[in-house]
Write a protein that binds this ligand. Structure first.
Ligand code: SF4
Length: 437
């Protein structure tokens, strides 16, 4: 029998998707059925009270969580987000309901015994409710009380060999796609970079010293499975320099219906007879492909590595051999100033351990942003306020055509007078010499 009536929340269970309300009810029912299963260290009825306070919020049209509150573990400035309820007497089970962020392993590979240990620990010292995973990638443990934090932290770090993630104005838990471990398109070892940089930047991860949050995400190919281009201040996206490899006999096999396009994905769709012209060539965003009825050809200089053709005919087209990554900076979700996608900073960088070239760029960006960034200003906003050109200056990267955001409309980079005049003089002299007869 539920402790609180929740008619409004019940409606959220009626749609076609799994509902978090059902999950909370399930945990509440488990605990109610077996209140002495373990020696619960926080009130066993906290999932019930969570439903109650949420229902009240819907009724009142306002949140009943008080904002913030500094809680954490000794030596760390992040990893725990304080939550206090403004109705502690009515909902004692969630009087404190702190969230704990745990750094997920690279690409989120787990052993089942780790997950069991984690769930056992969280059942004992928290609400039993988890979010696998938060939008930054962390394992999110939802709801515990202040006295449990040090105990929980000790067990996570000493017994489970894992660590808290980032929160506040610091480096957030870096995130990677599954990369070389399973993906044939991976252009670099995204898991290794993620792991290495997580270790190298422990201080930045646990001790907030930045103007605001900073996210690394590592996509090993342009398919972007962790959406780094849209969701990270520093995004490393795998790419290649040489040509897409074409197996013409496999192209014919797709055209002849021997191979299923898109590796059989979108199975609900009836592709009919595969039309390589309509499905691949005409959809190439740069129109750099041709199909002459027998062979496909690609003008690789114009290819933007969008992956469409390779995804559609993976057995016929393959990524090149000279692999590395592009660095993009400044993406963010719409918090203060609207969403922003990342801007290309370095078109190609080799990604080899110990990743010094990449770290050098990261550290130059941080030095600048920590000096000139305003409080609660994401890197992308600092770039917009102080110009992309300033970013190029502080990173020592030369302006190039690939940095132009909107050609012939809105110059994204600006040249200083002294940089341009020399060039103009040269161009003028060359023009005159060409036209002198
Ligand atoms: Fe065209 Fe994209 Fe294929 Fe490049 S990867 S050839 S841009 S469809």
């Amino acid at each position: 029998m539920a402790k609180h009536a929740t008619p409004k929340l019940d409606q959220l269970e009626s749609g076609p998707w799994p509902s978090f309300v059902s999950d909370i009810k399930q945990e509440a029912a488990n605990r109610a059925a077996n209140p002495k299963k373990i020696d619960y260290q926080v009130p066993a009825d906290c999932p019930d009270d969570l439903l109650g306070v949420l229902e009240l919020s819907f009724t009142d049209g306002e949140s009943h969580w008080k904002h913030g509150g500094i809680v954490g573990v000794f030596g760390y400035g992040g990893g725990v987000i304080g939550r206090y309820c403004d109705q502690p007497t009515r909902f004692a089970g969630v009087a404190h309901f702190h969230t704990v962020r745990v750094n997920q392993p690279a690409a989120k590979y787990y052993k089942t015994d780790f997950l069991r240990q984690l769930c056992d620990l969280w059942e004992l010292r928290g609400s039993g409710l988890t979010n696998m995973h938060g939008s930054t990638g962390d394992i999110v443990l939802l709801g515990t009380q202040t006295p449990q934090l040090e105990e929980l932290f000790f067990e996570l770090t000493h017994k489970m060999n894992t660590d808290l993630g980032g929160s506040g104005s610091n480096l957030r838990s870096p995130e990677a796609c599954l990369g070389l471990s399973r993906c044939e398109y991976a252009c670099y070892d995204s898991q290794d970079v993620c792991y290495q940089l997580t270790r190298d930047y422990q201080d930045e991860l646990h001790r907030p010293a930045f103007p605001y949050k900073f996210k690394f995400k590592f996509d090993a190919c342009p398919n972007g499975c962790v959406a780094s281009i849209a969701r990270s201040d520093f995004s490393l996206i795998g790419t290649w320099k040489d040509d897409i490899k074409i197996d013409q006999s496999a192209v014919k096999a797709y055209v002849g219906g021997e191979f299923v396009p898109n590796a059989g994905a979108h199975s609900g769709r009836d592709w009919g007879k595969f039309d390589v012209q309509a499905e691949v060539v005409d959809l190439c965003p740069t129109k750099c492909m041709k199909w002459d009825g027998a062979k496909i050809s690609i003008n690789n200089k114009e290819c933007t590595r969008c992956m469409h053709c390779i995804n559609t005919m993976p057995r016929a087209l393959r990524i090149g051999d000279e692999r590395g990554a592009s660095i993009l900076v400044g993406a963010k979700a719409p918090i203060l100033d609207g969403a922003q996608m990342g801007s290309l900073l370095v078109p190609f960088v080799e990604v080899t351990p110990p990743y010094d070239e990449i770290k050098e760029i990261i550290e130059k960006i941080w030095d600048w942003w920590m000096e000139d960034g305003k409080n609660r200003e994401r890197l992308g906003e600092t770039i917009r306020r102080l110009s992309f050109q300033r970013l190029l200056e502080v990173t020592g990267i030369k302006a190039q055509a690939a940095h132009v955001k909107e050609p012939r409309h809105n110059p994204y980079i600006f040249f200083k007078e002294e940089e341009v005049l020399g060039g103009w003089d040269r161009d003028l002299a060359a023009y005159r010499s060409r036209h002198q007869r």
